[in-house]
Design a protein around this ligand. Structure first.
Ligand SMILES: C[S@@+](CC[C@H](N)C(=O)[O-])C[C@H]1O[C@@H](n2cnc3c(N)ncnc32)[C@H](O)[C@@H]1O
Length: 386
């Protein structure tokens, strides 16, 4: 595909996303019908779409409209690419600019942060002076991070194994197990290091969250919101291979976990109806995902105040459920990939106020400026028997 054809394809996919289709689905549907598109074309189209979605509001201002065409125009104006060389018409390119295309204007205020106003205000209230740089970081692509599975080898072994498959990676300060991929990210899933369980794909801040948990071999541990099991496996490595019990309200989300656990050499026990007491329960709760909007930028445009309120209620319910499973003197660890106060500090503050038997031992907010996703973690200890 020519560069102009890739741009036109991205415009059409953006229009479908704007009409309500999920971004991944819109890309997959296009790719299924586009046998002519090679892997580089698919990657380029995907990059165009996600680059625009991350910066949708500022692209709309610069492009003078909300259509796929206007957003792409805004994106090209922002990046300084040669619009005349891409909007060339013909069978496959976007039509040349004409009087129907608005000149656009520089984005102002939260437009420039690429946040809806209500979220810009919430982020400011949550992070104060750090809010703007956090919002600006979400406008850029996320790095790809790997977690070195210390049950299978150390960082040096992982870097050497990755290099055999043309992948270069370097240690990252967020976690002693984290590697940042500097070249060859698209080859990771087929690499020997990955298929043999020496590395897992996992954000560096997600790893740092697990680093902060008071884990040691022999503890009875439950991952209450295990999902795909990223943190289950990271905890398993810290427990010398486990066992770790894994639960999710939607067990289908754990479908790949047995294969991943086998590859990683971690014993994972499915706990459909967990029975306490556990020494540590991790509640990696469903959340707005505001810390991960570089990877899933649609979330910031689709989230509503009402949906956020509902998430906060669900999180409070999960905290209450998990608390009932923790042993006297045990730990309830609460995590989100969010940067919003009501999902994080305020959530755990409300919990300990309502439950005086619990004390906050630690809280930590990771921000995209630290390199990984925005993540929050709190460790709460039950100080008085139930
Ligand atoms: C943030 S994701 C977990 C990600 C996972 N821990 C990881 O590191 O890969 C949250 C998970 O919570 C699950 N969930 C939602 N509501 C729940 C509930 N009430 N009880 C338990 N799990 C729930 C969702 O199905 C989802 O898989």
């Amino acid at each position: 595909m020519q560069p102009a054809a890739r741009v036109q394809t991205a415009i059409e996919i953006l229009d479908r996303i704007l009409a309500g289709e999920a971004a991944e689905r819109a890309l997959t549907n296009w790719a299924r019908g586009a046998r002519y598109a090679g892997s580089k074309d698919r990657a380029a189209v995907r990059d165009h779409v996600f680059d625009v979605l991350r910066c949708q509001r500022s692209c709309a201002a610069l492009g003078g409209g909300e259509s796929g065409r206007a957003l792409m125009l805004g994106h090209l104006r922002a990046t300084g690419l040669d619009i005349g060389a891409l909007f060339i018409g013909g069978s496959y390119g976007p039509a040349p600019l004409d009087e129907g295309d608005a000149p656009g204007q520089a984005p102002q205020g939260y437009e420039a942060w690429d946040m809806p106003d209500w979220l810009g205000e919430k982020l400011s209230a949550s992070l104060g002076a750090q809010a703007e740089s956090a919002a600006m970081a979400l406008r850029h692509r996320a790095d790809v991070f790997l977690r070195v599975n210390t049950l299978a080898g150390d960082l040096g072994a992982a870097i050497a194994a990755l290099s055999e498959d043309g992948i270069t990676a370097e240690p990252h300060p967020l976690s002693p197990t984290a590697l940042r991929v500097t070249e060859g990210a698209r080859a990771v899933a087929r690499s020997r290091a990955y298929t043999q369980g020496l590395v897992e794909l996992q954000d560096a801040a997600s790893q740092a969250v697990v680093d902060l948990l008071p884990l040691q071999p022999g503890l009875r541990v439950l991952d209450f919101c295990a999902g795909g099991g990223g943190k289950t496996l990271a905890m398993g490595a810290r427990l010398n291979g486990g066992p770790v019990e894994a639960h999710d309200a939607d067990p289908g989300r754990m479908a790949d976990l047995p294969a991943r656990a086998a590859r990683a050499g971690v014993q994972v026990i499915a706990a459909n109806a967990p029975q306490g007491p556990y020494d540590l329960v991790l509640a990696d709760a469903p959340c707005s995902g505001s810390g991960a909007w570089r990877r899933s930028p649609e979330g910031k445009w689709r989230l509503t105040p009402q949906a956020l309120d509902e998430l906060v209620q669900i999180q409070a319910g999960i905290l209450a459920q998990c608390a009932a499973l923790v042993a006297p003197d045990g730990v309830l660890a609460y995590a989100t990939c969010s940067m919003l106060d009501e999902e994080n500090e305020a959530q755990v503050r409300d919990f300990v106020q309502a439950n005086p038997a619990w004390q906050i031992e630690l809280t930590r907010q990771f921000l995209p400026d630290d390199g990984g996703d925005g993540f929050f973690v709190a460790c709460l200890r039950r100080t008085i028997a139930k």
